[in-house]
Design a protein around this ligand. Structure first.
Ligand code: TEU
Ligand code: CA
Length: 536
């Protein structure tokens, strides 16, 4: 019998291949590059890597548009390289989960090319209609495009046509894909936009500012059925886990996807905490207030069976620039955020570069951005007659390229000998892995300490979550297991704050070299872990 819940102990590191390490000097990160940095990843202490898509793809959306699920994008290497990566990672006690993008394929996938012919057996692999409905896409504009006399649905770019999950052949094909990769020894999947794959109707939707039509595809019963089938037919026969990327879900909808008795997914990435600094949608940012973040996280901790904890990924701004202070308190705040992410209940996900406190990109003009979403939104903003300074402000804060700048390995960048596909941040001069490895007080070393504390203390895995104090930008919570506990004390503001209570116990980690708990004040972005024994 496979112990399905071993993944609860996992700590995951997300690698965005294109921006991680370039081995052959073409400016594009690749699989051999990852292999060359596996010791770095191992030293961090993680035991799982989540690899963003490396499949064959025309790269309209950086690999989230797959043209062949069974081959590797030549820019990234070959299938031999991939096998080697799986093998070399395994030798270091690291297993790999892949991105599984099954809401859509690339329009250059042979299935889609065939399906343009109305008589083809592949026609029904996608969603073709004589007339479009009023649905809008995630990247703005209509969710339909025309070829010949027909229209096809694409919730993302027009080069990402949606698969038709009402077609049993699609189910069979995808089962084949999943088996193929699990047989290679991978440890599971991060399932892209998994809660929108099933469309229960193609009627016109209620008009909305964003995503008109979503009531017909968001977390439908049909989606739950698909997930149960994939689990029963394939996933349950392997030692693996799945994490769903689930847009717009609340805690109830999250549980409906992950409770063990449902047999669907193992955990999901919620988005509610990514929405605390916006009005309506991510393009309209408001000032970040820690209070809201703390409130949402507390709710998810209390209500959701098992969380996939993250503060950043390849779609989001850098966590230190967004929730911390990437200037004066960059080091302190990055450490506080790390302490938060690694001591909450759930499986922690660290996004490449987060462990050295990388900041948002320093792009100067529109042409320095590469992301399709950024360009589409910029074009929409022109249409809406937003002034230029405002358009630039919108994308500067929210562009997904903020998190996609090349990994900063040393003071010269160190990612590639060629000009990288996306501009390296100037601050690589002082924010880089080389400096972080050698400096005992670095953010990286703080991550390493947190990870080893987590590995040595099941309290941080299995312990309960009890909020103690959640006001004024302070987040203090306790994890309790049997008669032991760990308290996390966080000041998520740039002001010194009075300690609300006097805590007792042994300090096991501090980002200010604190030696005792008697000082009444918490410094800006101070974070402390306190171990307590003999609890009831
Ligand atoms: O993202 C889905 C998603 O809803 C958003 O996070 C998205 O990035 C966008 O910002 C919405 O405004 C996933 C992938 O993570 C993303 O990289 C892909 O572009 C997308 O799916 C399509 O596959
Ligand atoms: Ca390369």
């Amino acid at each position: 019998m496979i112990n399905r819940e071993l993944w609860k102990k996992s700590i995951v590191y997300q690698i965005y291949t294109r921006s991680f390490m370039d081995s052959n000097h073409d400016g594009i990160g690749d699989i051999q590059g990852i292999i060359s940095k596996l010791d770095y990843v191992k030293d961090l202490g993680v035991n799982v890597i989540w690899l963003s898509p490396v499949y064959a793809s025309p790269n309209d959306d950086n690999g989230y548009d797959i043209s062949d699920y069974y081959s590797i994008n030549p820019e990234y290497g070959t299938m031999q390289d991939m096998d080697k990566l799986i093998d070399e990672a395994m030798k270091r006690g690291i297993r790999i989960i892949m991105d599984l993008v099954i809401n859509h394929t690339s329009d250059e996938h042979p299935w889609f090319i065939e399906s343009k012919n109305p008589k083809s057996i592949y026609r029904d692999y996608y969603i073709w209609r004589d007339k479009p409905n009023n649905w809008t896409s995630f990247f703005s504009g209509s969710a339909w495009d025309q070829i010949g006399d027909s229209y096809y649905l694409h919730l993302f770019s027009k080069k990402q046509p949606d698969l038709n999950w009402n077609n049993p052949n699609v189910m069979k094909e995808i089962q084949g894909v999943i088996k193929f990769w699990l047989d290679k020894g991978i440890y599971g999947f991060r399932c892209d936009v998994i809660n929108v794959i099933f469309k229960s109707s193609l009627d016109n939707g209620k008009k909305r500012l964003v995503l008109t039509g979503r009531e017909f595809y968001h977390s439908q019963e049909g989606c739950h059925e698909i997930l149960r089938t994939l689990r029963r037919e394939v996933l349950d026969h392997y030692d693996c886990f799945t994490v769903g990327e689930t847009v717009m879900v609340n805690t109830k909808e999250a549980n409906d996807l992950i409770l063990p008795e449902r047999n669907e997914l193992d955990m999901v990435f919620g988005f509610e905490h990514m929405e605390v600094d916006q009005i309506n949608n991510k393009w309209f940012k408001t000032k970040f207030r820690p209070k809201k973040l703390i409130k949402v996280l507390t709710k998810w901790q209390q209500e959701v069976y098992w969380n996939a904890n993250y503060l950043s990924n390849h779609d989001q701004p850098r966590s230190v620039s967004r929730f911390g202070d990437d200037q004066k308190y960059r080091i302190e705040s990055a450490k506080a955020l790390a302490t938060l992410n690694l001591t909450l209940k759930g499986t922690p996900y660290i996004y490449q570069g987060e462990e050295i406190g990388m900041t948002n990109g320093d792009f100067k003009s529109l042409d320095e951005y590469m992301d399709i979403e950024t360009h589409r939104i910029y074009a929409l903003a022109i249409k809406l007659k937003f002034p230029k300074w405002y358009r630039m402000k919108m994308i500067r804060k929210t562009s997904r390229d903020n998190a996609r700048t090349p990994m900063q390995w040393d003071e010269n960048g160190g990612f590639s000998k060629e000009k990288p596909w996306l501009k390296t941040n100037q601050n690589t001069k002082f924010i880089n892995a080389k400096e972080s490895v050698s400096n005992p007080d670095s953010i990286l070393n703080h991550y390493k300490s947190l990870i080893s504390i987590r590995k040595e203390n099941d309290i941080l895995v299995d312990g309960s979550f009890e909020p103690l104090y959640t006001k004024h930008g302070l987040f203090i919570f306790k994890r309790i297991l049997a008669n032991e506990a760990i308290i996390t004390i966080l000041n998520l503001t740039k002001k010194a704050k009075k300690m609300p209570y006097l805590f007792h116990g042994k300090i096991i980690l501090s980002n200010y070299k604190r030696e005792n708990l008697t000082n009444e004040y918490l410094m800006p972005y101070e974070s402390i872990l306190v171990y307590q024994e003999g609890q009831k």
